[in-house]
Design a protein around this ligand. Structure first.
Ligand code: SAM
Length: 247
């Protein structure tokens, strides 16, 4: 049910203005070139230092998976560093645009996923998993934690993953209450919108996703079976997790 809503919403957004919905224009890009350059900048900011810190020097056999790849903004950038990159996304329309925009790339593959897992990716086939500005839109913690298990499944032993979630601000306590209250209030309003004539309320259910506390994510990832789990807040909204699959 939730999976159907997520696909329908993101297919609609891709048809409306895919690049805007992947990276809203207020984030500083104007042309498609800028948009793909922003993908390179994100990989330079988030991925390359992570590789360096863990002594990862990708070669032709190094494989990466980008979860929630959209039109391939990050896959294109990752493909310049990795032997092979798979982009998976719940939206058929996003994947269609990813294929069109990146037809010149020979080391990438595009997959439409079911929105909760990484099938058809095989067990233990990937060296590195990445995901940015995707889990923050998923309204259900159940779905996000299902992705945790799937990341563990598809990584090779010793493989690593880095992904971003929507964080709950830790301080000050008043802000937590406000944030949680706002989240609950808005989701409730969104649900009421189905029954009440409130056209001025935008649907936020697959944009404004579930918020996680840092300790909650840390424990969930350890319980799933990762080792070398580390989590940090870049901002209130950008909560990052880095994990390794045990050897
Ligand atoms: C804001 S865009 C980010 C795209 C890409 N990560 C980037 O940074 O360029 C969010 C993407 O996540 C995808 N998405 C949303 N919910 C998903 C889910 N449950 N499973 C997989 N992909 C999902 C959307 O279709 C959309 O392409």
């Amino acid at each position: 049910m939730q999976e159907t809503t997520m696909r329908k919403d993101w297919d609609g957004r891709a048809q409306d203005d895919a690049l805007f919905w992947v990276m809203s224009k207020k984030d500083g890009w104007k042309t498609k070139e800028d948009y793909y350059a922003s993908g390179r900048a994100d990989v330079e900011k988030y991925v390359l230092p992570f590789f360096a810190r863990h002594g990862i020097a990708p070669d032709d056999r190094f494989t990466a998976l980008d979860i929630g790849c959209g039109t391939g903004r990050l896959v294109r950038a990752l493909a310049a560093h990795c032997g092979h990159v798979t982009g998976i996304d719940i939206s058929t329309e996003m994947i269609k645009r990813a294929r069109e925009d990146n037809a010149h790339l020979t080391n990438v593959e595009w997959v439409v996923g079911d929105g909760t897992g990484l099938r058809p990716c095989p067990d233990a086939g990937v060296d590195f998993c990445f995901s940015f500005i995707v889990f923050q839109h998923i309204p259900s913690k159940r779905v996000v934690t299902s992705y945790f298990r799937e990341i563990l499944r598809v990584l090779k032993p010793g493989g690593r993953a880095k992904f971003q979630l929507r964080g709950t601000p830790g301080n000050p306590p008043g802000k937590v209450l406000w944030y949680k209250g706002f989240n609950t209030f808005y989701i409730a309003l969104t649900l009421w919108r189905r029954f009440l004539p409130l056209p001025w309320i935008h649907r936020y259910d697959t944009v404004y996703g579930a918020c996680f506390a840092r300790t909650e994510v840390q424990k969930a990832l350890e319980a799933v079976g990762f080792d070398e789990v580390s989590t940090y807040h870049e901002t209130d909204r950008y909560l990052w997790a880095e994990v390794r699959k045990p050897r």
